[in-house]
Design a protein around this ligand. Structure first.
Ligand code: SF4
Ligand code: SF4
Ligand code: FES
Length: 229
C-alpha cells in the first residue's frame, strides 16, 4: 500500500464507499465525502446534541450510536446520519405545576416501564448514569434526577435505544426545571440583588458595559472585583 493510502481510510455512507484522510471525526469525514449537515449539526463540539449518528463496523452486525462530531471515523465504518431526535414531549406550565414526588410520573408515566436493562446508560455520549436518573425519577427524587442529568445535551441517543419507549431527556429536563423553580435553595442576598436591579441601582453600570467595545469589555472583566475565596 502506498504512503498516501496508508494515511487514508475507507468509509461507507449510505452504501457508497469513500476514501478520506485518517484522523477525522465522523462529521468531518462525511463532509470531506461531500455530505452537508443541515439540521444534524450545531456546535460541532459535543454540546448541542444535534449530530446523533448510527454506524456499524465491518464484520460486526451490531449497530453503534454516537455523536458525529465527537466519534472518530474508522476504516470500514458503515455510516448513517440522523438529523435530530424528535421524541414527544409532555406539555406543562411550570408555574402551575405541583412539585410533589409524583409529578414526573404524572407527566411521563412510561418511566414505570423501565426494565433496568441499562441500555440508556451505555448509549450516553456524556457518560451520564441515565438509568439511575430514571430510577430516581420513579422514586420521586426530583433533586437527584436533576443532579444526575445535569450534563445532558438532549441528543436522544438513550431514548432511541430504550425498549420501554421512555423519553429520558425530556423527563429529566422537566426535573431540572422543577428543581430550579421550586426546590433549589435560594442563594443568600438574591432577593436584595433583585430588588436593587428593579430599583435601577445597576442601570448606569449596565449602560457603561453596553457601550464598551470588545477590548474594553475584556479589560473590565479582568479588573472586576472578586469575592474573597
Ligand atoms: S434503556 Fe429504558 S428500560 Fe433500559 S434501563 Fe434505560 S430507561 Fe430503563
Ligand atoms: S442522557 Fe440521553 S439525551 Fe442526554 S446526553 Fe445522554 S444519551 Fe443524550
Ligand atoms: S454538532 Fe453539536 S454535539 Fe455534535
Amino acid at each position: 500500500m502506498s504512503e498516501q493510502e496508508n494515511a487514508t481510510i475507507r468509509i461507507h455512507i449510505m452504501g457508497k464507499t469513500y476514501r478520506v484522510p485518517a484522523g477525522l471525526t465522523i462529521m468531518d469525514a462525511m463532509e470531506y465525502s461531500g455530505y452537508r449537515f443541515i439540521r444534524g449539526a450545531g456546535c460541532r463540539s459535543g454540546f448541542c446534541g444535534a449530530c446523533s449518528t448510527i454506524y456499524r463496523r465491518e464484520e460486526d452486525y451490531r449497530l453503534q450510536f454516537a455523536l458525529a462530531c465527537q466519534e472518530m471515523a474508522e476504516d470500514g465504518m458503515y455510516l448513517v446520519q440522523l438529523p435530530f431526535t424528535p421524541a414527544p414531549r409532555s406539555q406543562y406550565d411550570l408555574e402551575k405545576i405541583d412539585p410533589t414526588e409524583n409529578v414526573l410520573l404524572q407527566y411521563y408515566p412510561e418511566i414505570a416501564r423501565c426494565v433496568s436493562c441499562n441500555t440508556c446508560t451505555k448509549a450516553c455520549p456524556q457518560d451520564i448514569e441515565v438509568m439511575d436518573y430514571v430510577q430516581a425519577a420513579l422514586r420521586g427524587d426530583i433533586a437527584r434526577t436533576a443532579a444526575l442529568s445535569f450534563d445532558c445535551i438532549q441528543c436522544g441517543l438513550c431514548t432511541m435505544r430504550c425498549p420501554a419507549d421512555i423519553k429520558h431527556y425530556h423527563m429529566a429536563q422537566m426535573a431540572r426545571r422543577i428543581y430550579g423553580r421550586y426546590l433549589s435553595p435560594v442563594p443568600e442576598h438574591l432577593e436584595e440583588q433583585l430588588r436593587e436591579i428593579e430599583e435601577g441601582v445597576c442601570d448606569s453600570e449596565l449602560d457603561k458595559l453596553v457601550a464598551m467595545n470588545e477590548e474594553e469589555l475584556v479589560l473590565a472583566y479582568a479588573a472586576r472585583i472578586r469575592e474573597e475565596e
